[in-house]
Design a protein around this ligand. Sequence first.
Ligand code: AMP
Length: 143
Amino acid sequence: MNVSAILKQKGREVATVGPHATLMQVADALSKRKIGAIVVVDDHSKVQGIISERDIIRVLAQSGAQILLTPVSSVMTRNVISCGETDTLDQLMAAMTTGRFRHLPVTKDGALAGIVSIGDVVKYHLAEIQMEASAMKDYIAHT
Ligand code: AMP
């Protein structure tokens, strides 16, 4: 299974904020949408960074609650690793393991085209394993 097939099932909506949004606004959006990360984009929808709940916890622990009033651009990760639509589940798992993050924005022709989380990866990987197991059982039962 590849990214294109995953996006066909889960949809292409990506939660984004502008670089001037405060960390409080980001925390509010993460909480309301029940998600773990938000992509930061400029006025032309170009990806500027990514911020996850882990970043917010880290700066809260370091600086206290007043940090929530600062813009997301001062805390976000700027070097965003993304994936393409032809990437496979195995490639996503490798990228997340190597990079130690749980979110991979999808880009197509340089534009944001979706996002895949570790939850999606686990869900579709399990479905793949179950399909393979049931095909094997079928095969064994009929030979
Ligand atoms: P996460 O596991 O997604 O909560 O993110 C852990 C750390 O990796 C945080 O500092 C994020 O800002 C960063 N991060 C998350 N996703 C990516 C990504 N696709 N590329 C680069 N950094 C990321």
